[in-house]
Design a protein around this ligand. Structure first.
Ligand code: AMP
Length: 400
């Protein structure tokens, strides 16, 4: 990576503004899943060890630019104190006198958490004045560890970088970029991409970019039905984006003409509605009218599994069926197990997107995956070949 790392900064005695991703789920005022907090601890611990004075900022939920106690970051303080084993102060606003005074009182190794940056509409507008006010809480040092927000040009992610001397990547950000960057720039081959989920339209750019970079692409989930319909296959009532049929057809033709292995399901689990548990497993060509495809079938799991077993790099985003429902989860869980097994045999596996992450957790194989990305949207944009604004905003390494 040609951007400064937190490891390059002289942190001792300095207030450093660290943009983290504490967008955690809350239940009854407490943090119900602290994964995102844990992911950023290496960065926080490094800053503490080096004697920095930490000013932490994050968004939580979508308060739409208004103060809404439901989205307060206050519940994170308790968990953060437990993890860091030290006092964590809290400022009830992310800008202004209270935050400034509290940041000025910090001693080396002390931590201040700011209230939700999205309580201000200026955050999402990347407002210059607001960015400047955020920067006043630090001594010209900004660290971005919020990979999950790096695709957003917001004030605490992008705008602030202009008003500091050095803007560097945190350790989590570096790790994310290292894994995803290697996959798209210098992957060990064969490189197999597995894509699923609801809509082709969300993933067109990813499909197009990965078709240039990968050796094979396995498509499942509802998005497969747009491709299947474009080939004239019967799809019954399956979710199809009719306005994307031409595009899907074009991608399949492109794949054929380039001898690219773009593989679609060969069988499916179908039902008359997603609510029904009366399911049937049939070949793709045998879809009856009035039924819908809600999961890939066992033949597909085996067929895709063989490709995955041969891979040395695997990128997976999106479930292969409506896996939230037990009746339609086998395909996705089967693929999760194949990806884990391939990783055990030496492949590098990268999983992004909340659903695929939930699937590897449900299959009990999350610990076997090489890298579980903390940013669904950000990882998709990165895989689509886009430059993430939150990365672009960081300071280049000297001489680069
Ligand atoms: P995405 O956010 O695009 O990754 O889509 C995830 C959603 O796609 C999940 O909620 C799945 O239930 C849904 N999904 C996956 N496959 C199917 C399918 N065959 N039919 C309907 N929904 C599906």
């Amino acid at each position: 990576m040609n951007k400064l790392s937190i490891r390059d900064l002289a942190l001792s005695g300095k207030r450093v503004f660290i943009r983290v991703d504490f967008n955690v789920p809350l239940e009854n005022g407490t943090v119900s899943d602290d994964t995102r907090i844990r992911e950023t601890l290496p960065t926080l611990r490094l800053a503490i060890e080096r004697g920095a004075r930490l000013v932490l900022a994050s968004h939580l939920g979508r308060p739409k630019g208004k103060v809404d106690p439901k989205y307060s970051l206050q519940p994170v303080v308790t968990r953060l104190r437990e993890f860091l084993g030290r006092q964590v102060d809290f400022a009830s606003d992310c800008v202004g006198l209270d935050a400034e005074a509290k940041s000025n009182l910090l001693k080396n190794g002390e931590v201040l958490l700011l209230e939700n940056v999205r309580f201000h509409p200026e955050e999402e507008k990347n407002d210059a004045d607001f960015s400047k006010r955020l920067s006043m809480l630090c001594d010209q040092l900004f660290v971005c560890d919020a990979f999950g927000s790096a695709h957003r040009a917001h004030a605490s992610v992008v705008g602030i970088a202009k008003y500091v001397k050095q803007a560097a990547a945190g350790l989590l950000m570096e790790k994310e970029l290292a894994y995803l960057g290697k996959a798209i720039s210098n992957p060990e081959r064969p490189f197999v991409a597995v894509l699923g989920g609801a809509k082709v339209s969300d993933k067109i750019e990813v499909v197009q970019n990965l078709m240039k970079l990968a050796d094979a692409m396995l498509i499942g989930g509802a998005m497969a039905y747009t491709f299947l319909k474009s080939q004239g296959k019967p799809v019954g009532k399956s979710l199809v984006e009719d306005d994307k049929l031409e595009l899907a057809k074009g991608l399949l033709e492109q794949a054929r003409s380039r001898n690219f292995r773009l593989l679609l399901p060969v069988d499916q689990v179908i039902a008359e509605s997603p609510e029904s548990t009366a399911t049937k497993t049939v070949d793709i060509a045998a879809m009856p009218d009035g039924w819908m495809g809600l999961d890939v079938g066992p033949k597909t799991v085996e067929f895709f599994g063989k490709e995955i077993a041969k891979a040395r790099t695997i990128v997976w985003n999106g479930p292969l069926g409506m896996f939230e429902k037990r009746a339609f989860a086998s395909g996705t869980l089967g693929i999760a197990r194949s990806v884990a097994a391939a990783t055990k045999s030496g492949a590098t596996s990268i999983i992004g997107g909340g659903d695929s992450v939930a699937a590897v957790e449900q299959a009990g194989v999350a610990y076997q995956i090489s890298h579980i990305s903390t940013g669904g949207g950000a990882s998709l944009e990165f895989l689509a070949g886009e430059i993430l604004p939150g990365v672009e905003a960081l300071t280049d390494k000297p001489g680069k």
